[in-house]
Design a protein around this ligand. Structure first.
Ligand code: ADP
Ligand code: MG
Length: 347
């Protein structure tokens, strides 16, 4: 539905030139939700603005719904843009217009008859849960309601694709979750293709099918979300994921680790289970087969697009060779282990 081919965008010229996008190739399947994730300054906004040519790529081609936007003249591009909605972090509503007035604006601009506009507004108010606020002005709305208005407005001309630039970054977690649910709902009900950019892994994990990681203007990894969260293919991907998943040792554990094991300490190990369950059977197996005693100190299990990701911090109590054997066994099961330090043996 959306395809970027070798898209490069350079801002400025000469010594001050900034290459915000480098040779980006990205394909977004019809009806899917793709999240572009990256740190601030990575080039996310530039990328999404290149999709509807709010920014024109310096090089490369952009296709939306099998039409090459980069080859269109001004008039044809204006028409093609009706098929692409966009929402922003700061909503960009007209303060002087009511909710109805904001939602109907794009249709007024293309000369849609008033009756049709009013009917469409009613549908969109219903779809976005705003019926009660139809005649309110933006100043009287909450952040979540404002973003709902922006979504309704973006959908007014029945677009095939919706672009979201950090659409939930100005919202609190609860409102974010409600807006993401609305986007998923619209995606499923209308078959709308969504490309969103975000710096939050939680957003990707909640609603995306595909994730693309951008770093320094280059797309470094594109993968189904379940794969990315359980098995990132690149070092950048792993760093991003680790930041998100951090199962950090508690303060009490850090204190014990800094006291150390005084010679006869036992290792404290962080285990990462990818795609398999963090089962009590495995724990029992380690205890029965290897005679290892496990003291589980902290654990966390995440379900991401049907894939399990488990993290656990445990003391491995047993003789040195027993511990080595148990570790080797875990590695054959593709469980990652990391020794955080040593603590005094439990009594
Ligand atoms: N209009 C502009 N003129 C010059 N440099 C820009 C402009 N817009 C963005 N940049 C630069 O391009 C890079 C990518 O910016 P941006 O796409 O906004 O990243 P992100 O959305 O990931 O934070 C940054 O180095 C930024 O400073
Ligand atoms: Mg940005």
């Amino acid at each position: 539905m959306i395809r970027l081919e070798n898209v490069t965008r350079v801002y400025g010229q000469g010594a001050g030139a900034v290459t915000a996008l480098k040779d980006v190739n990205l394909e977004v399947a019809p009806g899917s939700i793709t999240g572009v994730i990256g740190v601030s300054g990575a080039g996310k906004s530039t990328l999404i603005r290149c999709v509807n040519l709010l920014e024109r790529p310096t090089r490369g081609r952009v296709f939306v719904a099998d039409q090459e936007l980069t080859a269109l003249n001004k008039e044809a591009l204006r028409k093609a843009r009706h098929g692409i909605g966009m929402i922003f972090q700061h909503f960009n509503l007209l303060e002087s217009r009511t909710v109805r007035g904001n939602i109907g604006l794009p249709l007024e601009l293309i000369g849609t008859p008033r009756r049709d506009i009013d009917q469409r507004i009613d549908e969109l108010l219903e779809l976005t849960g705003l019926a009660e606020r139809a005649n309110a002005y933006p100043a009287a709305l909450s952040g979540g309601q404002k973003q709902r208005v922006a979504i309704a407005r973006a959908l007014a001309s029945n677009p095939k694709a919706l672009l979201c630039d950090e659409a939930t970054s100005a919202l609190d977690p609860q409102t974010t979750s409600a807006i993401l649910t609305l986007l998923r709902d619209i995606n499923q009900r209308l078959g709308l293709t969504i490309l969103l950019i975000t710096h939050e892994m939680e957003v990707v994990r909640t609603i995306c099918d595909q994730v693309a990681l951008i770093s320094g203007g280059a797309l470094v990894e594109t993968a189904p979300v379940g794969d990315f969260f359980t098995r990132p293919a690149t070092e950048e991907g792993r760093l991003f994921l680790n930041d998100f998943l951090q199962l950090a040792p508690s303060n009490a554990l850090l204190q014990r680790l800094s006291d150390g094991g005084a010679g006869n300490g036992v290792p404290v190990v962080r285990l990462t289970f990818r795609g398999q369950s963090l089962s009590s059977e495995l724990m029992t197996h380690l205890e029965q087969r290897f005679g290892l005693r496990l003291h589980i100190l902290q654990a966390r299990v995440e379900n991401i697009q049907g894939r399990t990701l488990g993290l656990m911090i445990a003391e491995f109590d047993g003789d040195r060779d027993i511990i080595d054997d148990a570790m080797a066994h875990l590695h054959t099961l593709d469980v990652q282990t990391e020794v955080l330090g040593h603590v005094q043996r439990h009594d």
